[in-house]
Ligand binder design. Structure first.
Ligand SMILES: NC(=O)c1ccc[n+]([C@@H]2O[C@H](COP(=O)([O-])OP(=O)(O)OC[C@H]3O[C@@H](n4cnc5c(N)ncnc54)[C@H](O)[C@@H]3O)[C@@H](O)[C@H]2O)c1
Ligand SMILES: [Fe+2]
Length: 383
């Protein structure tokens, strides 16, 4: 048997409408004064106000930080820290997509501690305990509600991760009613991000294990079966619930069997061109998979059986059939499919490749070694 360790968020509440019980969930964690961390899009969507009102009606003092930006830069984390410190809050509620949830994690970690943001970048550098932390995802994508990871934009074009066991939240509240208003393009991109988490966890070179495999297969089954309905009929609560569950299962998988070259090659697209995280992944996904095929064919064929009807998987072509299916999925969901559609010049490819090579934290997990020349070839195929 494979030896492995597995860690996840201690308590998962997966129920449409569960966020209406947030005051009770927060009180059970000892919160008297939570800081709700969210972004302007959520604040303007009409979802924030009832959530805050219910907390206040239950007698909790509430501070709201609603200035999170997508792919949060350091300055936003610092602002959130200042607001939370000045408020005297005793717990944190992340409410939004990965950007809000990652900011919430860092607030919960850094407000009670002695460390600066810069001191905790990297793996296992955080010391001390965080404040109680609840995460309420409103996208079905990052799985941040069950990962020990927070991603920060550190410069004009670079991102860094904080990976520490303290970042695993106490409670994740999966309330699909909060995702029915998610715009189609965000639903598509974040849904593909979640699919990439499942695929890369399933082929992760060092920490792939039976538990993460089981989660990745079920995640990909749910996500692939529901993404088209969720994009085309956003109010379908069943599809939304399945996407949210699938994204969480994929998050649990990759939190324990980390992602690899798709994410490594996607990061420079987000960093330099500010392409949203999920779309960046979607643009390189089929091309990285084609490159990985010599080492990952068996794993991809196994995943193909979770996605496609068995009658379509003839002979030894199952892996290729999956890659081709994923290659057409983005376009069918209305997303751009080529780098050239994103105003990226072909002569930018060497810079993209050299930036991608800096993501060794991720590249070491890839089933096939990626050289800089390989990265150039993959970007060219994606262009
Ligand atoms: N912590 C992790 O494990 C992890 C994993 C992958 C990615 N990430 C990070 O997460 C971030 C991306 O997160 P994301 O893809 O969830 O996007 P996001 O949080 O940046 O949100 C994207 C947009 O969608 C809007 N939105 C979110 N939910 C909505 C809803 N229900 N209705 C209407 N609008 C809504 C937001 O206002 C925002 O404008 C990146 O910074 C990425 O690096 C973190
Ligand atoms: Fe991701």
């Amino acid at each position: 048997m494979t030896a492995f360790t597995f860690a996840t968020t201690r308590s998962l509440i997966c129920e449409p409408g569960a966020s209406e019980r947030l005051a009770e969930i927060a009180s059970d964690l000892g919160m008297r004064h939570p800081c709700v961390v969210t972004d302007g899009g959520i604040a303007n969507s009409g979802m924030l106000e009832p959530l805050v009102t219910r907390l206040q009606q239950a007698g909790l003092a509430v501070t709201v930080f609603k200035d999170v930006q997508a792919d949060p830069p350091e300055s936003v984390i610092e602002q959130a820290l200042q607001v939370a410190r000045e408020s005297g809050c005793d717990g944190v509620i992340g409410f939004g997509g990965g950007s809000a949830m990652d900011t919430a994690k860092l607030v919960a970690l850094l407000v009670p501690g002695e460390q600066t943001l810069q001191q905790v970048y990297g793996v296992g550098n955080a010391t001390g305990q965080r404040m109680p932390l609840i995460q309420i995802p409103t996208t079905a994508g990052t799985g941040s509600e069950v990962t020990p990871i927070a991603i920060v934009t550190t410069g004009e074009t670079t991102k860094m991760g904080v990976v520490a066991p303290q970042l695993l939240p106490d409670v994740a509240v999966l309330d699909a009613t909060l995702t029915t208003g998610l715009p189609a393009a965000v639903t598509a991109a974040t849904g593909i991000d979640a699919m990439v988490h499942a695929i890369e966890a399933y082929t992760s070179k060092h920490r792939k294990n039976p538990y993460s495999d089981m989660l990745a297969r079920e995640a990909l089954r749910l996500l692939s079966a529901n993404i088209e309905t969720a994009v085309n009929n956003g109010s379908d609560l069943k599809a939304r619930g399945n996407m949210l569950l699938g994204a969480m299962l994929a998050g649990q998988a990759f939190a324990n069997a980390p992602v690899a070259a798709v994410h490594a090659l996607a990061y420079p697209l987000g960093g330099i061109y500010h392409i949203p995280h999920g779309l960046s992944n979607a643009l390189v996904l089929p091309h990285v998979m084609r490159f990985n095929l010599p080492e990952a064919e068996k794993a991809y064929a196994e995943l193909a059986r979770c996605v496609l009807p068995s009658g379509t998987l003839v002979g030894d072509k199952a892996a290729t059939t999956l890659i081709n299916w994923l290659g057409t999925l983005s376009g069918e969901l209305g997303l751009p499919t080529r780098l050239r559609e994103m105003d990226i010049n072909e002569d930018a490819i060497p810079r993209l490749a050299s930036d991608a090579m800096l993501q060794q934290r991720l590249l070491v997990n890839n089933p096939r070694e990626v050289t800089e020349a390989d990265a150039i070839a993959i970007y060219k195929a994606a262009w």
